[in-house]
Write a protein that binds this ligand. Structure first.
Ligand SMILES: [Zn+2]
Length: 389
């Protein structure tokens, strides 16, 4: 059921009686509005409305293509030609006067929050500091970029900036925050490679093309050795300057290894002893000077009581179009478990899921999914495809 707005009725009348209409499709105006509101202009609705000399709420209705109360709106696709001309007449402004609702590039705000986390401020404290409430999840999503936000409103930006000015030379310990919370924040900063405030100055932190200055020589050939000496994971510009090879998918991630070692409270000496390599080798893997073999990654994962994937840059599932889930051989699977010197219960514990799952597969009550069957095969050190032959 189509609802007619007054514009649509008028438009239809004119078309019918005179063969022309004063109305036109809104898409051209919307495309122009998108340009004005997006990077690098980030003009606010209010500013555009002011320049086009039309009412702000009318502008927003045109942008969204709907009119009326929120529950009881009507969609429309045509606008008056005069309105279109007024909107298309607005020229983009590079630095529009900032009002609370103006859209801004989120990069500077994100870097400031990351720097505070690197100092040891827990996300809950940051969330409360910018009036986002006690739940740290929105801050987490914003900081990691998972929220997919392409802009931040100016009022939030200024709150984050003010919080950063207040906290960036304060030690979180002096604020009475718990050691555990501080440690967790710092670990997560190491894991994600968040740059501390010492890497930025006021000119660079808001500049999307700037990169953090970890060593004082980042991006030059001198930078890389300083990273190694100071035990700071190499930054991207330094890796590029040193002719670093692009990290391959499925290789060890040094930051993740370091974080896992800290979590398990195992130092390089201890891990080296258990894996049977020199502690120097461990350090080179942590700083990604060298990449360990898959066998060594597997040994480290078992010594650190984690999955290999938790130490790696993401691993891909093997795919084989010729293998169908229903070809899984439960009885063969059971024999192979026995041959690997394990019981079903032991295997379930090692792979990290319930023995009921494994029995369901063995008895043919369910077919295994690719992700879990490949995990099991890794634990058993066999080819997963052998379960299907
Ligand atoms: Zn660097």
């Amino acid at each position: 059921m189509i609802e007619f707005t007054p514009e649509m009725r008028d438009s239809e009348k004119l078309r019918r009686y005179y063969g022309f209409t004063l109305f036109t499709d809104r898409s051209k105006a919307v495309a122009h509005l998108k340009k004005l509101k997006g990077a690098p202009y980030f003009m606010s609705n209010r500013r555009i409305a002011e320049l086009a000399d039309i009412c702000e709420s009318n502008l927003s209705q045109i942008y969204h293509g709907r009119r009326g109360a929120s529950r009881d709106y009507a969609r429309f696709s045509e606008i008056h030609r005069d309105t279109e001309a007024a909107i298309l007449g607005v020229r983009p402004e590079i630095n529009p006067p900032l009002r609370g609702g103006a859209h801004m590039d989120p990069v500077g705000a994100r870097r400031r929050l990351q720097a505070l986390i690197a100092l040891g401020f827990p996300m809950r404290i940051l969330s409360e500091g910018i009036d986002w409430g006690k739940d740290p999840q929105p801050v987490h999503r914003f900081v990691t970029g998972k929220s997919g936000r392409v802009y931040i409103v100016a009022s939030t930006y200024y709150k984050i900036k003010a919080l950063y000015e207040k906290l960036h030379d304060v030690r979180p310990e002096d604020m009475g925050l718990s050691k555990v919370a501080i440690g967790r924040a710092r670990r997560s900063a190491v894991l994600h490679g968040y740059a501390p405030s010492s890497c930025w100055d006021d000119d660079t932190i808001d500049d999307p093309s700037a990169f953090p200055e970890w060593t004082g020589a980042c991006g030059t050939p001198e930078g890389f050795p300083i990273h190694l000496r100071e035990e700071i994971p190499a930054c991207e510009p330094c890796k590029a300057a040193a002719g670093w090879k692009e990290r391959e998918h499925g290789t060890l991630n040094g930051g993740k290894l370091r974080a896992m070692m800290e979590l398990r409270q195992m130092d390089a000496f201890e891990l080296a002893r258990r894996v049977g390599v020199s502690d120097d080798a461990i350090r080179r893997w942590v700083w990604e000077q060298r990449h360990p073999s898959m066998g060594n990654i597997r040994t480290m994962a078992s010594e650190l009581r984690c999955q290999m994937a938790e130490l790696m840059d993401g691993y891909t599932l093997d795919e084989d179009p010729d293998i169908r889930p229903e070809d899984f051989k439960g009885a063969l699977f059971r024999t192979m478990i026995k041959d690997s010197g394990r019981t079903v219960h032991q295997l379930a514990r090692e792979a990290g899921f319930s023995h009921t799952t494994l029995y369901n597969w063995i008895k043919g009550r369910k077919y295994p999914d690719m992700e879990r069957i490949q995990k099991v095969a890794k634990v058993m050190e066999v080819d997963w495809k052998d379960f299907y032959r």
